[in-house]
Design a protein around this ligand. Structure first.
Ligand SMILES: Cc1cc2nc3c(=O)[nH]c(=O)nc-3n(C[C@H](O)[C@H](O)[C@H](O)COP(=O)(O)O)c2cc1C
Length: 246
């Protein structure tokens, strides 16, 4: 007998409310001194953690810096940008490239049904461990690259990740989606953000303790926008430049 399929109810959504959130999110370069309540911040972090992510391996970490002393030090590491200097909270968004194995185990342990489907079990026990493993000196990665090149002549094959650089892209790509969830959630709560890649990672690591395999994808300045917090009207190039239809 085939297993009953899972069904999840979908709430009604007002697209205009969503549009307001998207349209009013701007990169804020100056925040006013009003505090960002913990419950708002925590709700936004929870929504960030719901972002889609590669193989559900959740290679992210959010390091929340609230205390003034640490914020000041972090702002210096953020090249003293106004957004960092005036933010009420700074969130260091980190991409991990070495948690995937532990998270494969967690996926099997956390499966929300009585039995883990065979295909899922096979994926997290075997396939994912081949797919994401690169091995010492990247030797396993090179092996996978060779297999993909040869087998790929006859059938579609994954063309990566085959190196640490590929793993970095893999992790950062997913983490950026969580960052966007987080920033949109802040906006929906009436708060604002500025994502920043203008920082000195070496100095960031001196301010907060980060895991060795953690890449700082971005640092998000958070707070309530000051009246002069947006520097100019939004600029986007013509849609035709970016949207290709087939
Ligand atoms: C990954 C990333 C890094 C960014 N780094 C900085 C930064 O260091 N400083 C800054 O003021 N803005 C930074 N920004 C904000 C962009 O400049 C901004 O998103 C862009 O100009 C578009 O403006 P908007 O966000 O208001 O639509 C960054 C944005 C992203 C996505």
């Amino acid at each position: 007998m085939s297993k009953a399929r899972y069904f999840e109810a979908v709430p009604a959504i007002d697209v205009e409310e969503f549009r307001k959130v998207v349209m009013s999110r701007r990169s804020i370069r100056r925040f006013d001194p009003s505090p960002l309540p913990d419950d708002v911040l925590n709700d936004c972090l929870d929504m960030a953690l719901l972002a889609p992510n590669s193989s559900n391996l959740q290679p992210w970490e959010f390091h929340v810096v609230r205390t003034e002393a640490l914020r000041k030090q972090l702002a210096v590491a953020c090249l003293n940008q106004n957004a960092a200097r005036t933010a009420q909270v700074l969130v260091v968004v980190v991409a991990r490239t070495e948690t995937w194995q532990e998270h494969c185990d967690l996926m099997l342990e956390s499966w929300p049904e009585e039995t883990v489907p065979r295909i899922v079990d096979n994926y997290y026990r075997k396939l994912a461990r081949i797919h994401y493993r690169q091995g010492p000196l990247n030797l396993f990665g090179w092996g996978k690259r060779a297999v993909a090149a040869i087998a790929g002549l006859r059938r579609p094959m994954p063309r990566g990740p085959f190196s640490q650089a590929d793993m970095n892209v893999w992790a950062v790509k997913t983490v950026a989606l969580a960052a966007e969830n987080f920033m949109l959630a802040l906006r929906a709560h009436g708060f604002d953000s500025c994502p920043m890649e203008g920082f000195d990672e070496h100095r960031v690591r001196k301010v907060i303790e980060l895991p060795r395999d953690g890449l700082v994808a971005m640092i998000i300045a958070c707070g309530k926008r000051a009246s002069d917090g947006v520097y100019h009207p939004r600029i986007r190039f013509a849609r035709e430049r970016f949207v290709k239809e087939y």
